[in-house]
Design a protein around this ligand. Structure first.
Ligand code: FUB
Length: 515
C-alpha cells in the first residue's frame, strides 16, 4: 500500500500536480473552521490539534487550538498555538474540541468547546483577541452557559446582515442561542435560559434516530449528528453538519431564516469518500471569488480517526442554491497565485513538512524547531522570475552548529541550489541572519524543497524565516549605467560580456550589480 501511495505521489509531482491534501502535514489538525475576514488579504483556518499518542491515549487527546492562514491556497502559515487549553482556567486536560472564530468590530471572538476537570460534559467557551492569529485569552473565565445536559460541542457562529449573532452547536441534539451584542454571553430572553432546542425531524434533517431493541437505527434517509456550520448565500441560510452516525458524512439543510424551519437537502460529502477518519467536520468559505469546502481526513502520515488532518476542495452551487456534492481528493485545490521568494517568507509557511514542529505564538514569535537529519519541508509554486536567484538568506538560531540546510528545486530529487552549514549562533534562542550564495540559479516557477543533514540529539537549529535574493551575498558595488565601459564586464562564470543587462557581474575583480 505504502508503495502505491509513493508511486502516486511521484506521478502527481511529475505532472506538476503535487497532492495538496492534507493541507498541513507537520502536525494533526482537525475540525477546520475557515474564515475570510473583511479587509484581510489572507484566508484563515481555525482548528484544534489532535495529539493522540497510540498506546498512551485511547480516545481524542487534544490540548490546544491552532490558526493557519494562506494567500494562495497551497502554502499555509502556521501561527502556532493561538490558544492553549491552559488559557481556560476552568478547562480539562486533553479536551479541546471543535471551534469557530468571527470578527465583530475590531475584535476576534473564537468559540470553542472543552470539558471541566471531573466532568464528562463539554462546555462552550470564548477566546478573544485583537489579532486574527491571536494569542487568544478567555475574557469571561467560565463557559458561556450551562444546559446541564451535555452534548454542548462544536459551536458555529454567524452574524446576520441585521447584526444579530447566532451560535448553533450540539451532538445528537441541535441547539442555538442569540449572542449578546458584546458576543460573550447569550440573550436569555429566548428559549430556556437563552438556549433553543431545534427539533431533529425528518423534514429538517432527513431522518431521526430511533431505538430498535438495544440498537439505534435511522428512520429516514439521513440524520443530524454534530458539527453544524451556519452560513448565508444570497437569501438562503445553510446548515451543513456531520451526519448519519459513524462513519460520518456531511449533509445540509436550507432555510429562509437563520433560526429555521430547516429543510433537508441531501449530502455534501458522502460516506463513499474514503477519508480514513470515522468523523468528518465541515466548514465553507468564499475567498477570492471561489467557494471552498473544508473537511478533515486521516490522510497524513500516521494519521487516522484520532489523528486527523484538514483538507480542502472547491465547492459549487446549483442555480437554485442547492450544493453540488463534493468529492474528497488528494489533489485538493489549485494555487491562486505564485509565492514571491524575494520577500521574507516565514519558515512556518509550508506546503508540506515532515518531522519538524512549529512552536510559539504570535506574541512570543512562531518558528520551526525539532529539525533533525532527513526531515523535510516544501513550499509550492515559487516564482523566481526570468533572471533568477543568486543567494539565500535565513534567520536561524543554533546551539550546536551541527546542521546543514539543503535547498533543492522542485522535490527531494531535484537540482541542488545550495547546501549550507548552519554554524552556531550561541543558543537556540539567539537569532542571526545568514546569507549564502546559491550554487545554481533557479528561475521560473518551481516548488522549493528543504531538507536537513547533521547530527544533534536535540534540534539542529531553529528557523525563523528565509528569503532568496537576486544578487550574490556580497555585491561590492552597484553600477547604474554600465554601457560606457562595457568591455570590462564578466559573468560570474568568467565569460566576457559586451553589453551587460540587469544582473550581477565581475568588473575589475569586484562583484557588481548592474541596474
Ligand atoms: O474533534 C473532536 C470531535 O470530533 C469534534 O468536536 C466533532 O465534531 C468530531 O469531529
Amino acid at each position: 500500500m505504502k508503495k502505491i501511495f509513493f508511486y502516486l505521489s511521484l506521478c502527481l509531482m511529475a505532472g506538476g500536480m503535487r497532492a495538496q491534501n492534507p493541507i498541513v502535514s507537520h502536525c494533526y489538525t482537525a475540525d477546520p473552521a475557515p474564515v475570510a475576514f473583511e479587509g484581510e488579504d489572507s484566508l484563515y483556518v481555525y482548528c484544534d490539534e489532535d495529539m493522540n499518542v497510540p498506546g498512551v491515549h485511547d480516545f481524542y487527546y487534544m490540548n490546544r487550538w491552532r490558526v493557519y492562514s494562506t494567500v494562495d491556497m497551497v502554502n499555509w502559515t502556521d501561527h502556532g498555538i493561538a490558544m492553549p487549553r491552559e488559557a481556560f482556567s476552568w478547562g480539562k486536560d486533553g479536551t479541546c474540541w471543535a471551534s469557530q472564530c468571527i470578527k465583530k468590530g475590531q475584535y476576534y471572538y473564537w468559540y470553542m468547546c472543552l470539558s471541566k476537570p471531573g466532568d464528562w460534559r463539554h462546555y462552550i467557551g470564548v477566546g478573544y483577541s485583537k489579532k486574527p492569529s491571536g494569542p487568544f485569552k478567555d475574557p469571561i473565565k467560565k463557559p458561556l452557559f450551562d444546559t446541564g445536559e451535555g452534548g454542548d460541542i462544536d459551536p458555529t457562529v454567524f452574524i446576520d446582515d441585521d447584526g444579530k449573532a447566532y451560535l448553533y452547536w450540539g451532538n445528537n441534539k441541535l441547539r442555538y442561542a442569540r449572542l449578546t451584542s458584546v458576543m460573550m454571553g447569550v440573550d436569555t430572553r429566548i428559549g430556556k435560559n437563552g438556549v433553543v432546542e431545534v427539533p431533529l425531524t425528518k423534514e429538517a434533517f432527513g431522518g431521526v434516530k430511533v431505538k430498535e431493541g438495544d440498537k439505534e437505527v435511522i428512520d429516514g434517509v439521513d440524520c443530524y449528528e454534530e458539527g453544524p456550520w451556519l452560513f448565508k448565500r444570497g437569501d438562503n441560510y445553510y446548515l451543513m453538519y456531520s451526519a448519519g452516525g459513524v462513519p460520518e458524512h456531511i449533509s445540509y439543510s436550507m432555510s429562509k431564516s437563520p433560526t429555521g424551519p430547516w429543510e433537508y437537502k441531501g449530502k455534501v460529502m458522502s460516506q463513499d469518500n474514503n477519508t480514513g477518519s470515522f468523523t468528518n467536520h465541515s466548514g465553507m468559505v468564499h475567498y477570492q471569488g471561489k467557494d471552498y469546502f473544508f473537511y478533515h481526513t486521516g490522510w497524513a502520515k500516521g494519521g487516522g480517526g484520532f489523528n486527523r488532518s484538514m483538507a480542502v476542495e472547491e465547492m459549487y452551487f446549483n442555480a437554485d442554491g442547492t450544493i453540488k456534492p463534493v468529492t474528497a481528493t488528494r489533489k485538493g485545490v489549485k494555487a491562486l497565485r505564485a509565492m514571491d521568494p524575494y520577500v521574507r517568507q516565514q519558515a512556518e509557511t509550508l506546503n508540506a513538512a515532515y518531522g519538524i514542529s512549529v512552536v510559539g505564538d504570535e506574541s512570543k514569535g512562531v518558528y520551526v524547531t525539532d529539525i533533525h537529519a532527513n526531515d523535510s519541508m516544501r513550499v509550492a509554486n515559487v516564482d523566481f522570475g526570468t533572471e533568477g536567484a543568486r543567494s539565500f538568506t535565513v534567520r536561524v538560531a543554533s546551539t550546536g552548529g551541527n546542521g546543514s540546510l539543503i535547498v533543492r528545486q522542485d522535490n527531494a530529487r531535484g537540482r541542488i541550489l545550495g547546501k549550507f552549514k548552519i554554524e552556531k549562533t550561541g543558543g537556540d534562542d539567539i537569532w542571526e541572519e545568514r546569507t549564502f550564495d546559491l550554487t545554481q540559479t533557479p528561475s521560473g516557477v518551481h516548488d522549493v524543497y528543504f531538507s536537513f543533514s547533521g547530527v544533534d540529539s536535540n534540534t539542529l537549529f531553529n528557523w525563523d524565516w528565509w528569503q532568496f535574493n537576486a544578487v550574490p551575498s556580497a555585491v561590492e558595488h552597484v553600477e547604474a549605467s554600465p554601457r560606457s565601459d562595457s568591455s570590462f564586464f564578466y559573468t560570474l562564470q568568467g565569460t566576457p560580456v559586451e553589453n551587460p543587462t540587469r544582473g550581477v557581474y565581475i568588473k575589475n575583480g569586484r562583484k557588481i550589480l548592474v541596474k
